[in-house]
Design a protein around this ligand. Structure first.
Ligand SMILES: Cc1ncc(COP(=O)(O)O)c(C=O)c1O
Length: 366
């Protein structure tokens, strides 16, 4: 691997992820914990964090969104159960999934027939979780179709139905709606039981539900955001940091960056940091976000560019080429939170970390 020379890195604190997973596991127990590591573990690095979780038995298994993400975990040597949460297409994907021992989500009768067919052809067992639509409106079968899917799969010796699950749309914001979703889910689970289904792993909870709705924990919880510390009561794991590469003094009236959206109203000292929207540091932060240098907040000046961002270091005398700059995370007593950046960009913390691009090396520290 090429040496990391550019100083912009996303440093992930493993101790934070460990503590967060332990906290989730304790809250969920006796339910099992599925650690959701889709989208490169929300930008944190899926292989590395999955290895930590497997090595230290912090989670029962992993949730990914696609067969590719599951295959990447297997290629990284992970042996724990992996559930592909997305709806698979093309149906040929079932072959790859079964071969790599990935559990698949079945949300339609068509998919059910295809997974049976793929397992039959391979002569290998396919392990399935059936997805119930209870109000998320994304993928999932409503109760009558789910029962048909179950019958189809249960009749195929090549297939094991390991679980039935649903996804909650508003566990972080709407307790009533969450309650309604859970009621639909338990009614369907009861109907399956009446039909003789046994030993199914029932699951519904994401991070917010795990912490706020004890009844949602069922047999397993599927947690992502809290494991990364981006939910109340958890430790943020990721710090996006860089170093100052250029410093200049400017006169009153000097303009900064593309389209002159900032003009100095007084003489100023300005530092340039080699990070921009090409790294996932959003252009929406232009003239709004702060960066920490010398433990102090320095306002972004002008438009964030693809590779560089300018900040005001007029009040930070010690700022010089080489000074550490924290764009997300803590430095000294100050902290730029993902919540703060999300609010500036009118988005959610999930997007702030997931959008960090592949150009930013992920490094890991205890
Ligand atoms: C099906 C499914 N389960 C669980 C999760 C984890 O959710 P959270 O990150 O809010 O814990 C996700 C993520 O969006 C998901 O899509």
């Amino acid at each position: 691997m090429a040496a990391i020379l550019r100083p912009t890195v996303a440093e992930v604190r493993l101790s934070a992820v460990r503590n967060n997973l332990r906290k989730l596991a304790v809250a969920a127990a006796p339910a099992r914990l599925l650690f959701v590591v889709k989208a490169n573990a929300y930008g944190h690095g899926a292989a590395e964090l999955a290895r930590l979780a497997e090595r230290e038995r912090l989670a029962w298994g992993f949730g990914v969104s696609s067969v590719e993400e599951g295959l990447a975990l297997r290629a990284a040597g992970l042996e724990s159960p992996v559930l592909v949460l997305g709806s698979l297409y093309p149906f040929e994907s079932f072959v790859e999934a079964i071969n790599a021992d990935l559990m698949v989500t079945i949300a339609s009768l068509d998919a059910a027939r295809q997974v049976v067919e793929a397992a039959r052809r391979l002569g290998r067992r396919a392990v399935c979780h059936i997805k119930l639509e209870t109000g998320m409106g994304r993928i999932g079968a409503r109760k009558p179709s789910l029962l048909k899917i179950y019958d189809e799969l249960a009749a195929a010796p090549e297939v094991a139905v390991a679980g039935v699950y649903t996804h909650l749309s508003s566990a972080d914001s709407d307790p009533d709606y969450t309650g309604q979703q859970l009621a639909i889910f338990s009614e369907t689970a009861a109907e399956l039981e009446r039909r003789g289904a046994a030993g199914l792993t029932l699951h519904a909870a994401n991070s917010a539900a795990t912490m706020n709705f004890p009844v949602s924990r069922l047999d397993m919880v599927r947690c992502g955001i809290a494991a990364y510390g981006l939910a109340d009561g958890f430790e943020p794991a990721l710090t996006l940091k860089s170093r100052v590469v250029f410093v200049k003094n400017v006169r009153e009236g000097a303009c900064v960056s593309y389209n002159r959206s900032f003009r100095a109203g007084r003489p100023m000292r300005i530092a340039t940091i080699p990070a921009g929207y090409g790294d996932g540091y959003l252009r929406r932060f232009s003239n709004k976000a702060d960066v920490l240098i010398g433990g102090r907040r320095c306002r972004v000046l002008g438009n964030v560019t693809m590779d560089m961002t300018m900040v005001d270091v007029t009040g930070v005398k010690e700022a010089a080429v080489g000074s550490e700059a924290v764009l997300l995370g803590r430095q000294g007593d100050e902290e730029i939170t993902a919540q703060e950046l999300a609010a500036l960009a009118d988005t959610i913390t999930y997007e702030i970390v997931t959008l960090l691009t592949g150009r930013v090396p992920r490094t890991y520290a205890e």
